[in-house]
Design a protein around this ligand. Structure first.
Ligand SMILES: C[S@@+](CC[C@H](N)C(=O)[O-])C[C@H]1O[C@@H](n2cnc3c(N)ncnc32)[C@H](O)[C@@H]1O
Length: 294
């Protein structure tokens, strides 16, 4: 025994031979030691996950602007309203534009039309959605990194059919979050999408916001409307407005009927019946793309 391949190891009789290389050392760790290592690693992973979650939860309570009132949104998006709504006053302008537009007899699917839904991406939306006529939306959702609402607010929101989804709206987790939103709304399409992330836009990878906006457009129902803030320092920095304007010009070269309007750092887009179901994949509103040819 053992002449050709050296001594054979019988685990029941003896300890394993001492490993010589690092790889051998790792391979030869006793099962019980491996198990203990796994438990410790899991414990550390869970602890570091918990710490990260606590940090995000803490940060969520620290935003200067958080769960803003309807009029904050209205002032922000006033510049990208159609002319006839600009002179109504901020709140009345935004409210009447959205309610008039979504009430039009334009949708082909009456079921979807009778159940209007709306989502705020990047905020809890509890106060924002109270700015609309009572019961105008069947159900509304706010999506933010964590849900820090207290029990009272949760109960009030539920009584108004408003809910919060805690999830990431950018990058790899986007699909999971969007699926959760659709499940909660019990629909595959949404009539109003709003995003006003304010300070959270600072330092954000704008490629991710570009991807998100294309996904949100695809999520919009026929005759749906979306309002997006893309520059939190919009009054002093016009560069991003120029990038967005160039992209819109190119999209309009192919779809001249598209109703899209910019204000400083904000954009409104109305998806009408004859508009494309999806935006072109190479439509980059917020990142300069020299090869952009739509
Ligand atoms: C400054 S607060 C603005 C909240 C609200 N939109 C408002 O106007 O009051 C920024 C919000 O963006 C959310 N946010 C930032 N990055 C996000 C991400 N990747 N996914 C989901 N929410 C995000 C945060 O959770 C937070 O609720």
């Amino acid at each position: 025994m053992g002449i050709e391949g050296g001594p054979k190891f019988n685990p029941e009789e003896q300890d394993p031979p001492t490993p010589k290389t690092e790889t051998e050392k790792v391979k030869n760790i006793k099962p019980e030691t491996k198990k203990a290592g796994g438990i410790i690693r899991n414990f550390l992973d869970t602890r570091s996950q918990r710490k990260k979650q606590e940090k995000v939860r803490f940060q969520e309570g620290q935003w200067g602007d958080y769960d803003s009132e309807f009029w904050h949104f209205a002032g922000f998006f006033a510049e990208c309203l159609p002319e006839e709504y600009k002179h109504k006053g901020w709140e009345e302008g935004l409210k009447s534009y959205i309610e008039n537009t979504l009430s039009r007899e334009e949708t082909t699917d009456q079921r979807e039309k009778s159940k209007l839904t709306a989502v705020e991406f990047g905020g809890p939306g509890s106060k924002f959605f109270r700015g609309f006529s009572n019961g105008f939306f069947e159900k509304t959702i706010g999506v933010c990194l964590v849900d820090i609402r207290g029990e009272n607010l949760k109960n009030e929101d539920s009584s108004l059919n408003h809910y919060v989804v805690a999830g990431n709206i950018l990058g790899a987790d986007t699909n999971e979050t969007l699926n959760e939103v659709k499940t909660m709304l019990d629909t595959t399409k949404v009539d109003l999408i709003v995003s006003r992330m304010q300070g959270a836009l600072k330092g954000m990878d704008m490629n991710l916001l570009d991807d998100a906006v294309r996904q949100w457009y695809a999520l919009l129902n026929e005759n749906g409307v979306m309002f997006i803030q893309y520059n939190w320092a919009s009054s002093s920095d016009k560069r991003e407005d120029n990038v967005a304007a160039k992209c819109i010009e190119m999209i309009k070269g192919k779809y001249p009927q598209l109703d899209v309007q910019l204000g400083r750092g904000v954009m409104r887009l109305h998806k009408k019946l004859d508009d494309p179901e999806q935006l072109p994949e190479n439509a980059h509103f917020f990142v300069q793309n020299p090869d952009q040819n739509i």
